[in-house]
Design a protein. Structure first.
Length: 162
């Protein structure tokens, strides 16, 4: 993502970028432990678009990691709805799904996380190739797991009390 930057007067900054159709997709969560008030930010990076199977695999990873009942708050993305239908068919123990209102990005604490990564940490970043992008995205998202105040800000931006 391009952002404004400083440059000497009369010298327009130029970013050289490769123009390809490769992509990365990231699935992630902002998880709050209600008893310990700890926030964690797990994520997975995929080399293709996120599909229902990837969402279900991510939920399995969350269940193994947290080992507690999960309340998943999802937006109404079609992949989330498809995953919810598959979950309803298997009736997994300890997973409840709550739906966010349609078009309510401001209520989703994951959205400020993506914005911070794209428009903050990786603003004006031009990768050499997809592997370079993947390493940089992984590094940027991993650093978020260390800053408790940053993780709290994801909930505050979504106007959710901790």
């Amino acid at each position: 993502m391009n952002r404004r930057t400083w440059a000497p007067r009369g010298e327009t900054p130029v970013q050289r970028a490769w123009d390809r159709y490769d992509r990365l997709s990231v699935i992630g969560a902002v998880a709050l432990s209600p008893t310990r008030r700890q926030i964690s930010t797990p994520f997975q990076i995929h080399d293709q678009n996120i599909r229902t199977g990837a969402v279900l695999d991510f939920l399995k990873q969350l269940r193994r990691h947290f080992r507690r009942p999960l309340v998943i708050c999802w937006d109404r993305w079609s992949v989330h709805r498809a995953a919810a239908r598959k979950l309803a068919a298997t009736r997994p123990a300890n997973i409840d799904i709550e739906w966010l209102p349609a078009y309510a990005l401001e209520l989703n604490p994951v959205e400020p996380r993506w914005s911070h990564t794209k428009f903050g940490t990786l603003a004006n970043f031009v990768p050499n190739d997809t592997r370079h992008l993947k390493r940089s995205v992984r590094s940027a998202l991993s650093k978020q797991s260390h800053g408790h105040r940053l993780k709290q800000s994801f909930f505050k931006t979504a106007q959710l009390n901790l």
